[in-house]
Structures are given as C-alpha cells and as structure tokens.
Design a protein around this ligand. Structure first.
Ligand SMILES: Nc1ncnc2c1ncn2[C@@H]1O[C@H](COP(=O)(O)OP(=O)(O)O)[C@@H](O)[C@H]1O
Ligand SMILES: [Mg+2]
Length: 457
C-alpha cells in the first residue's frame, strides 16, 4: 500500500476523531516509522530540536492513534494496524461485490453484513478471500524485513512454492496472515487452510475446488481434481497458505517423511513447484518436508524461509503483559530465543508468580520451562528416532558446540546413522549451527537443552 495513502488515511481518521489534523512533526514521525526507519535522530537534526522532544511527540502520537484505532499502537505495529484498518475501512473493498468474504475471521461482522449478498455472483476477476478458521490476529509486532522478503519473492520473483519454516511458536501462522493482509489485493483468490487435523490430499483438494468452483460439481477422481486445481492456478493469480503441514509428516522416522496415506501430498507440492502457473502456495511447518529441500536446490521457483527470533520487537510482548524491570528484558528474550509463544508462556508465569518482576524471575536457575512450553516441545520430541534422541542427549551434556565427527563413537550408532540424525534434527529446527574455522559446529539452545535434560534425567 502506498505510503502517501496510509498517511492520508491516518490523518483523516485522527481528524474525524479529534477534529485536528496531524501536525508536521507527527506526520514526519509517522512517515519515518512507516518506512521502518529510526526516526528520532534524523527528525531532530532536520528540525533542529532535541531527540527527547521528538520522542515525547512520538509517544503522544502513539497515544492519539491508539485512541483512534481502539488498540495499542506502537512504532512497531503502527504500519500493520494502519494498513489493516485502511483495508477494512474501505467501503469499496467491503461492501461492493469486488471482494467476496467467506469466513474471514478478522472482520466477522463485516463479513456477515446484511448489505453483502450471501452468494454473490462471481465474475472472473474479483478478489475472493477465504481464510477458513484462521486465528484472529490482535497484535502484530515488527517482522518488517521478513514481510518484505516474502512479498518480494511472491510479487517480484514470482516464486510458486514457499516453505515458511521454524520451530513451533516462532510466529509462522501470525506472519503468514499478516502477509496475506499486506498483499491480498494483488490476487484473485486468497485462501488460508490449516492442515492441523491431517486431512487427506483428496479432502484438501475438494475443499480448494469448492472455493474455486462454487456451485459446479467436484470430480471424484483425484487426478482430475489436481488437474482442475492447476488450471485455476494458471488462469487466476492465487495465494494459498497451507498451515501446519507438519501434521502430514510421520513420527519415529527421519524428519520430513509423510505419514502412511499422505504420500501423495508430496507429488502435489512437486507439481505446484514444477508446473507453469501464476500462483503461489505457502506451506507453514515446524518440520521441513523432504521434497522441499531438493526442489529448492534445483532451478524451480521454490524457496525456504526459516523464521527466527522476533528480536527487539519481542519487548512489545513483554510490554503487553505488563512486566517490569525493562532493563532485563533483553536477557529474558535471549534466553527464550525471541520465540513469541515461549515468551508469552513465560511472561504469564512471571506475572502470576513474580508479580511481573523480570529481575526476580531471572534469579532462578535459568531457563525455567513453563508447562505449556514443555508441551509445545514435546511434539517434535515425540517424533524423534533413537539415533536422534541419542544425539540430543549427547549435545545437551556438552558445554561447547561440537562437530558431527566429535559425536562418532560417543553414542552407540554408526557414523551414517549419526550424520542422518543430525541432518534430520536440523530439519526439525532443534539444532543451532555455527561455522568456525571451516568446521560446522552444532549445539542446543538453552531452552531445548534444559528440556532434554529434564526428559532424560
Ligand atoms: N510478530 C508478532 N507480533 C505479535 N505476536 C506474535 C508475533 N508472532 C507471533 N506472535 C504470537 O506468538 C504466538 C505464536 O505465534 P504463531 O504464529 O502461532 O507461531 P507458529 O505458527 O510458528 O507456531 C501467538 O500467540 C502469536 O500471537
Ligand atoms: Mg502455527
């Protein structure tokens, strides 16, 4: 969305609520922030005033915007909130037939608006959004560079298949929904589906065809279904997010292998990557599906994006949970790897048992693993093979990162079994890797290490 448009929209909303337009300074702060820049120094220099003065004005501006938009606006989430509000405020987007909302959680009331036809007659180039039962996103912090990389892959590089990967709780679902919100107007169809209940490929294809074809009859034969889907992907620009793809993958075998009865997904994803069309499929998973690794190395328009720490923006999570001792927040974020969900669990614990005081909590032997956090980790752990488990236990007891060869002879498995286990653990995002003097070293982050120690003691 154009910067100018967003600024104008913010100004209009502020004016309609307060009767005052944004002044020059407020507009400059907003403009710099929306472009992801650090505003204080530059604006202070441009205007010959102190940085402190600019910061006070900024904090006043976030208060005004919070009041106008009815949610906590900060420099980190302002862009997402304005863009979302702008989209849902646009009468042409909501009430005309140019957008068909079907089960859009973000805006239930509007989706059920009586002025909107129940089954609008579709023309070929409407925007159809069906987000199924996607979670509603209340707050979204930062991820500016991740969003622009993904947007660039999709709009500029025309990537056909993207695997959005990373350990559970890191923010894949939230990021993909925010991405949808950001780029949806470039598509004819935008679809989000979770595969959390492990639907068969046949069920998923039928579901997609129901969205594409509305009333027309769905064929019985799975090959015809695939053919029809590819045809829709060719004729329309579609963005499809399939979340929780790890639920199609099996347990007790090396990472990325499909469960019995789900192997045909592999062929479907391969076709999406190889066949020529104008759409994009995003697969979210906490385990890398096997074919993705191979396809992304060939020349197919396939990419992997491994999502990491939320970084500095994780402070907003701690802030929203009203924790104190801000000077210690960075330590807390580091210990919990900037994982949004781990931090949410821990923040709740700190609030309940330590009155929100982070420094008091940090005096405990770190890291403390909240029960919810343990249960999250138990999912990938429940899938490990014996060699993988042995590697994890070995690594949990190493004070320093080690090379693969240093694990040989330390556990009762052959070098091949150990090498495959290490690679598989990497594909489950359970290992930290670093390069040192031409050697790759592996270790466990503090939370995973603690979890393994608890489980193996
Ligand atoms: N960028 C973000 N801003 C605010 N909250 C976030 C962000 N990313 C993740 N979260 C929160 O962290 C939790 C886990 O995120 P989620 O997207 O479900 O992770 P994943 O899909 O990787 O398991 C959710 O409660 C979500 O609201
Ligand atoms: Mg998720």
């Amino acid at each position: 969305m154009e910067l100018k448009e967003v600024l104008r929209f913010a100004d209009e909303k502020v004016f309609s609520k307060t009767g005052k337009h944004l002044d020059d300074l407020q507009e400059a702060i907003l403009k710099e922030t929306l472009q992801g820049r650090k505003y204080a120094t530059k604006i202070a220099q441009d205007r010959n005033c102190s940085e402190g003065y600019v910061r006070v004005a900024a904090s006043e501006l976030w208060k005004i915007l919070s009041d106008v938009f009815g949610e906590d606006v900060t420099k980190v989430n302002v862009r997402a909130i304005l863009e979302r509000a702008k989209f849902y405020n646009s009468p042409s987007a909501i009430l005309s037939n140019h957008v068909t909302f079907n089960n859009v959680n973000v805006c239930q009331e509007r989706a059920r608006s009586p002025t909107e036809p129940q089954n609008p007659q579709q023309t070929s180039k409407q925007l159809h959004i069906d987000l199924g039962d996607s979670p509603e996103i209340f707050t979204f912090f930062d991820r500016t560079s991740e969003l622009s990389t993904l947007e660039n892959w999709i709009t500029h590089d025309r990537t056909r298949l993207i695997a959005l990967l990373g350990i559970s709780g890191i923010g894949k679902t939230t990021l993909s929904l925010s991405l949808i919100d950001r780029i949806k107007t470039q598509f004819d169809y935008v679809i989000y589906r979770s595969l959390g209940f492990s639907p068969t490929l046949d069920a998923t294809l039928t579901n997609l065809l129901q969205i594409f074809s509305q009333q027309s009859e769905i064929p019985q034969n799975i090959e015809t279904k695939i053919g029809q889907i590819l045809d829709y992907l060719r004729k329309n620009r579609c963005l499809i997010v399939l979340d929780d793809v790890q639920m199609l993958l099996g347990s007790g075998q090396l990472a990325g292998q499909y469960k019995t009865g789900y192997e045909d997904y592999q062929l479907f994803f391969k076709l999406i990557a190889e066949v020529c069309h104008q759409s994009c499929l995003i697969l979210n998973s906490w385990e890398k599906p096997r074919e993705i690794a191979r396809l992304s190395k060939d020349h197919h328009p396939v990419r992997c994006f491994v999502l990491g720490s939320l970084g500095e923006a994780a402070k907003e999570i701690l802030n929203s949970q009203k924790l104190s001792d801000e000077e210690t927040w960075e330590t807390l974020i580091d210990i919990y790897q900037g994982n949004s969900l781990w931090l949410e669990f821990t923040a709740t614990l700190i609030q309940e048992l330590f009155g929100g005081r982070v420094s008091e909590f940090l005096q405990c032997e770190m890291p403390i693993l909240d029960e919810g956090l343990q249960s999250q980790l138990s999912q990938p752990f429940g899938r490990l093979t014996q060699p993988e488990l042995a590697v994890m236990v070995h690594l949990a007891n190493q004070p320093e990162p080690v090379a693969v060869s240093q694990i040989f002879n330390k556990i009762p498995f052959s070098p091949s079994e150990i090498v495959n286990a290490v690679r598989s653990l990497g594909n489950r995002f359970l290992l930290d890797t670093q390069e040192q003097e031409q050697i790759t070293l592996f270790s466990l982050n503090s939370v995973v290490k603690q979890y393994v120690k608890t489980q193996s003691s």
